[in-house]
Design a protein around this ligand. Sequence first.
Ligand SMILES: *Cc1c(COP(=O)(O)O)cnc(C)c1O
Length: 368
Amino acid sequence: MTFEELAKPEVRSQPVYEPGKPIEDVARELGLDPASIIKLASNENPFGASPRALAAARAALNHAELYPDPGCFALRVKLATKWKLTPEQFVIGNGSNEILELLGHAFLRPGDEVVMGNPAFVVYKLVTRLFGATAIEVPLVNHTHDLGSLAAAVTAKTRMVFVPSPNNPSGTTNTEAELLAFARRLPDHVILVFDEAYAEYLEAAPDLRPLIAEGRKVVCLRTFSKIYGLAAMRVGYGYASADLVALLNRVRQPFNVNAIAQAAATAALDDTEFTESCRRKNQAGLQQLAEGFSALGLEFVPSHGNFILVNVGDGADVFGKLQGRGVIVRPMRAYGMPAWLRVTVGTEAQNGRLLAELRSALACESAD
Ligand SMILES: *Cc1c(COP(=O)(O)O)cnc(C)c1O
């Protein structure tokens, strides 16, 4: 018997998630100087992290010999104040991806259905399959989640619905009024998982807390990986009713979030000046890329996130050419959009470089 044969069917059928390539890998493979490479592939914050968060992380290193607080108390208290909820309504994860997995552990059985848009964040599908549940994918309309069709896809077997806003990879949003109405129509056996990974990039993010107050089955997910610039730390959180949080706490590992990450995240919440400046610079960057794509005659999807989809004709080819020129972006074939690239909004200089390399890559494409 091989290990492959011994593995559970859910594992064997699991496709491998392809993350954005690290700069070091590309440098090694192409013989490029790592310092000459820019990565606009994983929606990381090009402005780094808050200096306050980094100072707190460094201070926490002085007690690397101690296990972290298993309950992330300080972080939950600070979040409770920020959101006017109670600390018992927060679960902290090793990235918000871990909370997606905790939801699977707690709620998904073989035969269950999970409704999600397509294309949306691939981890929804991976988690669904990992627990033997079936992903019911509902096509986006105008690159946007069509909440009416999502509601129509719900059956007696549906256990969860994933809705991200802004969506990854399209950067499109749904309004607060639409989302509230959608959630209030869902049957009582369905949990709405509202993924707010990019909410801080919006001027006014939808507020689904009224649904929690009404006792509806909803959990909202946020992350420190994007606007807070702490992707390396792996920390995110969910807020929901205390009952749901208690279940997720039963299935998570006791020390799932390390002490350095807890300290950094707690301090990051205080630095609204940093996040506000990132939000403004991101808006300018979106504008810069939109104008640049228009100048190149390229179709793009107007985005509310820190990334943007652009139609380059042959996504795999242009991805390869850009990478050869030291610009890492994300090809969208795995999302069923082979003509498209997803580009993270960088600094003004990085956006300029991307546009210049894209111009040359497209010019040499039409030449051959
Ligand atoms: C980046 C991202 C996340 C956050 O992932 P972490 O595990 O917190 O780093 C969650 N949802 C979506 C849609 C994302 O793009």
